[in-house]
Design a protein around this ligand. Structure first.
Ligand SMILES: Cc1cc2nc3c(=O)[nH]c(=O)nc-3n(C[C@H](O)[C@H](O)[C@H](O)COP(=O)(O)OP(=O)(O)OC[C@H]3O[C@@H](n4cnc5c(N)ncnc54)[C@H](O)[C@@H]3O)c2cc1C
Length: 354
């Protein structure tokens, strides 16, 4: 999508790492889960850069549009509602109370969405064993030349590794409550546990000094039955909280934004957005989201969940094992991870030229 609107080449000028492959290292063997380098695209890899840098880039590009305005550190408080129609929001900016009024309000406020609650929209839980992901970073050395990410599974634990330019981002996945247990046991236990499962990290686990360097996120999924109200559209995790499995949550959120752009540009130009337009955005995206959430749930329950809770050896779900063996099908997982179930594309990219 960034390529479609002419931003991909400029983005590549910023420092970044590339992940060309995602492997599952398990006691039963190595599975090349997603070989992105085989995908038919100009960009056959996952580009990894700090989110803050990427957002600064987007904001700088967006400022080229004469009507663009952004309020940073703005904390949305309330919806402005008139005669059953959402007309904007009030927000706190520093110690000031402000408001913004709009033909359409988009709620993209993530998995703890305040706006969806204020709008009274109901989520249906996508039950999967609750987990926590403990995030931390370790130094990346020049000799670690892997252009790959990995999920390392064994001894009742799962560790995801993503290569940034000069560090490894580590996601240590535990069953719910596991973080507090580890905290009680002490940082030494965490260091040893990482070194046991990924022995080549043993020479640097001492860099994990204390718990301030560590973030924890709990992982639960749900989906709204209705993504809109008159004047309000909910997209991204606010509409459907995604699990981390497959690293596709951001792509799903971006695909929602692309379809919203496809459907809404003309009605917005005309200054009139009807419920039918918002329903159409949901229709275009709902099925794809459901399929991905179902796949994530199976992987989380049958793969990771059993490994974590019962400390059983990890078993790659059978359908996936079959898919990964068949040449015509083995690129299905990286395809879905990269492009989603149906590739979302801007239908009229020229409309977005700055
Ligand atoms: C542990 C974990 C690991 C994950 N790993 C991956 C991964 O590797 N790859 C991947 O693609 N996905 C991953 N996901 C999923 C991914 O994070 C989400 O699907 C994705 O971030 C959704 O994007 P979003 O823009 O909808 O929401 P978010 O990225 O959550 O953005 C929401 C924004 O809204 C802001 N906000 C919230 N409330 C307010 C308010 N009241 N006023 C103003 N602003 C507000 C927040 O500050 C935030 O900036 C992971 C999820 C979890 C839990």
């Amino acid at each position: 999508m960034l390529d479609q609107i002419g931003l991909a080449d400029r983005l590549h000028e910023l420092p970044h790492a590339k992940m060309r492959e995602m492997r599952f290292n398990t006691p039963a063997g190595v599975y090349r889960m997603a070989v992105f380098s085989r995908l038919p695209t100009r960009f056959p890899y996952v580009m990894i850069m700090p989110q803050s840098r990427f957002l600064e880039f987007l904001i700088a590009e967006a400022r080229k549009y004469p009507h663009f305005r952004i309020a940073m550190d703005a904390n949305v408080q309330q919806l402005i509602e008139q005669e059953g129609c959402i007309r904007g929001v009030t927000y706190r900016g520093g110690d000031r109370q402000c408001e913004v009024r709009a033909t359409l309000t988009m709620a993209a406020d993530g998995r703890f969405s305040r706006l969806r609650k204020l709008a009274g929209l109901e989520g249906v839980s996508q039950s999967a064993p609750p987990m926590e992901v403990i995030w931390l970073r370790l130094p990346r050395k020049p000799e670690d030349s892997h252009e790959e990410g990995s999920i390392n599974i064994g001894h009742g634990r799962v560790i995801a590794l993503l290569g940034r330019v000069d560090e490894w981002q580590i996601g240590y996945i535990v069953a719910k409550g596991g973080y507090q247990k580890l905290k009680r046991e002490g940082v030494g236990v965490l260091q040893k546990s990482i070194a046991d499962l990924v022995p080549w990290l043993a020479d640097r686990v001492a860099a994990i000094g204390d718990w301030h360097q560590i973030n924890v996120l709990s992982v639960e999924a749900d989906r709204l039955t209705r993504w809109y109200r008159t004047g309000l559209l909910v997209i991204g995790d606010a509409a459907h909280v995604m699990l981390p499995v497959g690293g596709v949550g951001i792509n799903c959120a971006v695909a929602d934004a692309i379809e919203a752009a496809n459907v809404l540009v003309q009605p917005l130009r005309a200054g009139r957005v009807e419920d039918q337009h918002l329903r159409e955005v949901q229709r275009r995206r709902e099925r794809c989201t459901q399929i991905i959430q179902r796949f994530q749930r199976v992987m989380q329950r049958r793969g990771l969940g059993e490994t974590l809770e019962a400390a059983r050896p990890f078993k790659m779900p059978l359908p996936l094992r079959i898919v990964l063996r068949i040449p015509g099908l083995r690129d299905l997982p990286p395809r879905v991870m990269a492009f989603g179930v149906r590739r979302a594309k801007l239908e009229r990219p020229e409309e977005f030229a700055a």
